[in-house]
Design a protein around this ligand. Structure first.
Ligand code: FPP
Length: 245
């Protein structure tokens, strides 16, 4: 219903989503938290397909943070299993929709099986050109910035670049997201108003959209509502309204 109202010429080029509320959704139903994650994968599927269909070029999902390793072992194991199962199950959907899979984070921290499966799907879908789906896995923005600073410091130390070469573009080129545009629209579900160490550099000018809907309840319609809301905002990038018109 909302889909027809979306202006296809003014789509966010990059949508990032903090998928939150799986645990609360399950609790409300008297089930274990992992039941919420299982149902969360259904929302992932719906949102990925809807983004590809309407023409969003980049979608990034916060699937697992560096802090999430502290959760109970059963929950961490289930999330990793869901990742492997989803990668296997959805490879054909990614190919049919010409979606390239990408991942950001300290991927070496993932269980060997999950990492292997992930790298295989990334390789198999690497030529796809309709949309890039990036999974943030064992991701933390401060960790990403720290590793960028270290790489740049090394280059200065070894005289590969000079201190004066350090500009925004160079920093950007050392982030995990070096091949992605800045985030235009950041969505967080479940009513929390936090960024939680997600893409701190990349959201500098993003429009933030918060909804009370819990992630397993998030559908295409909720996505379209968020995009419509984005399209009705004026993005000034520091300029005045008059300058834009
Ligand atoms: C947040 O809900 C969600 C997560 C930490 C994991 C997100 C994972 C999925 C949706 C499934 C796997 C993803 C892929 C890409 C296959 P929460 O557990 O923090 O919920 P709560 O705040 O209600 O406790």
């Amino acid at each position: 219903m909302n889909e027809q109202l979306i202006n296809k010429d003014n789509l966010p080029k990059h949508i990032a989503i903090i998928m939150d509320g799986n645990g609360r959704w399950a609790k409300q139903k008297g089930k274990l938290r992992v039941f919420g994650h299982e149902n969360g994968t259904k929302s992932v599927r719906k949102v990925v397909e809807a983004c590809a269909r309407i023409g969003v070029a980049n979608l990034t999902l916060y699937a697992f943070s560096t802090e999430n390793w502290k959760r109970p072992k059963l929950e961490v194991d289930t999330l990793m299993k869901l990742l492997v199962a989803s990668l296997r199950k959805e490879l054909s959907t990614l190919q049919e929709n010409r979606i390239r899979l990408n991942a950001i984070g300290t991927l070496d921290a993932l269980p060997a099986k999950a990492k292997k499966e992930l790298l295989e799907v990334i390789e198999k879908t690497s030529k796809n050109d309709r949309m890039t789906l990036t999974l943030a896995l064992s991701y933390g923005s401060r960790e990403e910035l720290k590793s960028a600073v270290r790489e740049i410091a090394d280059k200065v130390k070894n005289n590969i670049i000079s201190k004066d070469d350090i500009d925004e573009e160079l920093i950007n080129n050392h982030l995990y997201t070096h091949d992605l545009p800045d985030v235009d629209l950041l969505i967080r579900t479940s009513g929390e108003h936090r960024i939680s160490n997600f893409l701190l550099w990349q959201i500098a000018y993003a429009e933030l959209y918060f909804t009370r809907t819990l992630w397993p309840d998030f559908t295409e319609e909720h996505l379209f509502e968020a995009i419509l809301n984005y399209q009705n905002r004026e993005r000034r990038f520091g300029k005045t309204s008059e300058q834009l018109n």
